[in-house]
Design a binder for this molecule. Structure first.
Ligand code: ADP
Length: 632
């Protein structure tokens, strides 16, 4: 087949699925396609502006950038043309036929088939070019890469089904022209006024002028004007980059529509922060916190970072050097007056100015979140991004305190699994003599809440934070303390919060249970470091405790699941000698029965904290044997 002939190619599987979903799920929000296509056109112009900095020939002598939008009511078509970077034939095949984002297959698998839910998810994935098929049943993309010959133009056509065709077609002007053949019930997008109002609504802030044919005024129209004369064009948007305008002049709607332009998010942003910095370093930043997590939030290689501009010229997307990893969900723009136009990712990594901007921008984001934390919307933010913010406790030492103030927990003090209590609130309720902040940690809220370790605290009326995010154990170790109060895992170490009275009782208990303890130690010496009577327990027979500096059972499981070898440290078994089962054990003279019951009690302590038994079948056998004896 010759290079120029028409080929029919299939969409990549994921692209095909996304296309179908897009068409069906986003139908109630049709007009966003225009925002997406104009956004792409503006990106294409930004790219050319950047590439032409050191290759002026790409401009082909035409450096006026614009996006032209035209409609044909009779033919029911809408055309969006840009004079940006354009695409070669191969690029059109690749960019319009496949989805390059990593994790796409996983994302597709997470879709539910429920249109409403999926529409939300697609928003998180980022709608883009394919949104054209919401309103069109045929899309033609005629494109030519800037700097290449007219003959190298390519025409891409698809009906939005399984495949598309690509052929060579001459194109005089550089850039891309996209024609939508509108579905019958979307014909209103061939109406001049309708299109103008949608563009005004979504694309006003785009820095490139969006032009439409000037509407002729019937009264001034003269007979002599020839029909074939090309129409006069007029810009219908503001065409100044939003972030360069003074804050006071920008409306919330404008901020929101700009957010959608840079994020391709479907939903509004939760909040934003717009700042101009003058002095040693000069730059403007506009940072947004989204409402929803992006589909790939947990993929550490996810595309992240800010759009970088230098003196209003677009330089690159996803400049990740300006924010730390734990703020990877923040979207926005940074426009520097100091960086060179030819700055590369490598330079960004080493540049001192970038380093100071990064720390200033990090503070900006944390301040923005601190402000958000004062309002009702914070709960939504926290439930979506809380675990990511906690990563910052290990990653961003300098801002530990700020981050700690953003944390929210559920606690034994409030009967709800909503994480909505701050350290400050906990401190406010703390007992006067209390010098530690206590927390219990398990794989899920219910296991944590029912942990035997809490019995002592319940009895004493001491509040305990209930932690059940995977990262929590690690995060608390990173933080270590808050406002001079040590963070104490209730499953670790000795309890020092004891009154003299309690200490005396404890000593008495130790004496009275000495022989039981010794017998149990002998049976369980392989599994536990030691056995001791417990100050923690009031209801449960046993629990496990690890040393203050040892890794908790949860953390160990997580590390092991991640394939890490974790040094083995044995826990201490704490027993409640007042418990009927322990009393029974104490009087058991048959050594075999003693062994079985002691082992079962140890295994139950493991189960109660959500752990797994080394030999569950043996546990079941032992327990069943005991049950049978009950009925005998
Ligand atoms: P995204 O913009 O998120 O990458 P899209 O589906 O909107 O995803 O577009 C896919 C790709 O197609 C873009 O990344 C770009 O390379 C190319 N593309 C789309 N529209 C244009 C255009 N008007 N000019 C040049 N390239 C374009």
């Amino acid at each position: 087949m010759s290079e120029t002939a028409r080929e029919t190619l299939g969409f990549q599987t994921e692209a095909k699925q996304l296309l179908q979903l897009m068409i069906h799920s986003l139908y109630s929000n049709k007009e966003i396609f225009l925002r997406e296509l104009i956004s792409n056109a503006s990106d294409a112009i930004d790219k050319l502006r950047f590439e032409s900095l050191d290759q002026e020939s790409l401009l082909e002598g035409q450096g006026e950038y614009a996006i032209h939008v035209s409609v044909d009511k009779d033919a029911k078509t809408l055309t969006i043309s840009d004079n940006g970077i354009g695409m070669t034939r191969d690029e059109a095949i690749e960019h319009l036929g496949t989805i390059a984002k990593s994790g796409t297959a996983n994302f597709m698998a997470s879709l539910t088939g429920n249109q409403k839910k999926d529409a939300q998810l697609i928003g998180q994935f980022g709608v883009g070019f394919y949104s054209a098929f919401i309103v069109a049943d045929r899309v033609e993309v005629h494109s030519r890469r800037a700097g290449s010959a007219a003959a190298e133009g390519a025409l891409w056509i698809s009906q939005g089904e399984a495949d598309f065709t690509i052929e060579s077609k001459e194109k005089d002007s550089r850039g891309t022209s996209i024609t939508l053949y509108l579905k019958d019930d979307c014909a209103d997008f061939a109406d001049d006024w309708r299109v103008r109002s949608v563009i005004k609504k979504y694309s006003d802030h785009i820095s490139v002028p969006v032009m439409m044919a000037a509407v002729e005024d019937a009264e001034t129209e003269t007979e002599t004007e020839s029909e074939s004369e090309s129409p006069a064009w007029e810009a219908i948007n503001e065409a100044t980059a939003l972030w360069t305008r003074p804050k006071a002049e920008i409306t919330a709607e404008e901020y929101q529509s700009f957010y959608k332009h840079i994020s391709h998010d479907f939903d509004d942003a939760l909040t934003w922060s717009h700042n101009k910095v003058e002095g040693k370093l000069e730059y403007t930043s506009l940072l947004y916190a989204p409402k929803n997590a992006p589909f790939d939030l947990w993929n550490r290689d996810m595309a992240r970072g800010l759009k970088l501009y230098v003196k209003r010229t677009f330089i690159m997307d996803e400049a990740e050097q300006f924010l730390p990893l734990y703020l990877r969900f923040i979207k926005g723009v940074v426009d520097s007056n100091d960086l060179p136009l030819n700055v590369s990712r490598e330079i960004l990594q080493k540049d001192g100015a970038v380093e100071s901007m990064r720390s200033a921008l990090t503070k900006r984001v944390l301040d923005m979140l601190t402000k958000l934390a004062k309002g009702d919307e914070y709960q939504q933010f926290w439930s979506t991004f809380g675990p990511v913010i906690k990563e910052g406790l290990g990653e961003d030492f300098a801002n530990k305190d700020k981050i700690a103030k953003l944390l929210r927990f559920s606690t034994t003090h409030i009967d709800s699994d909503t994480q909505d209590q701050s350290f400050e609130e906990y401190l406010g309720r703390m007992k006067p003599e209390q010098d530690k902040i206590y927390y219990v940690f398990a794989e899920n809220h219910n296991t944590a809440k029912r942990s035997p370790h809490l019995e002592f605290f319940r009895k004493e009326g001491i509040e305990v934070l209930i932690l059940s995010d995977r990262i929590d154990d690690w995060a608390m170790m990173q933080l270590g303390e808050y406002q001079g109060k040590k963070l104490q895992d209730v499953a670790k170490g000795d309890l020092s919060q004891q009154s003299d009275e309690a200490k005396k009782a404890q000593e008495a208990l130790e004496q009275s249970s000495e022989s039981l303890v010794e017998r149990m130690k002998a049976v369980l010496s392989e599994q536990v470091e030691s056995v001791r009577p417990s100050a923690r327990l009031t209801e449960s027979p046993t629990c496990l405790v690890v040393g203050d500096f040892d890794m908790g059972a949860q953390m160990r499981r997580i590390m092991e699941a991640a394939g890490q070898t974790v040094p083995k440290t044995k826990p201490v078994l704490e027993i409640n000698p007042e418990h009927p089962l322990l009393k029974m054990l104490d009087t058991e003279v048959d050594e075999d029965k003693f062994n079985d019951l002691a082992t079962i009690l140890f295994e139950q302590a493991q189960l109660a904290e959500g752990g797994q038994l080394e030999d569950p079948a043996a546990y079941v056998q032992r327990l069943n044997a005991l049950l049978l004896k009950l009925s005998a």
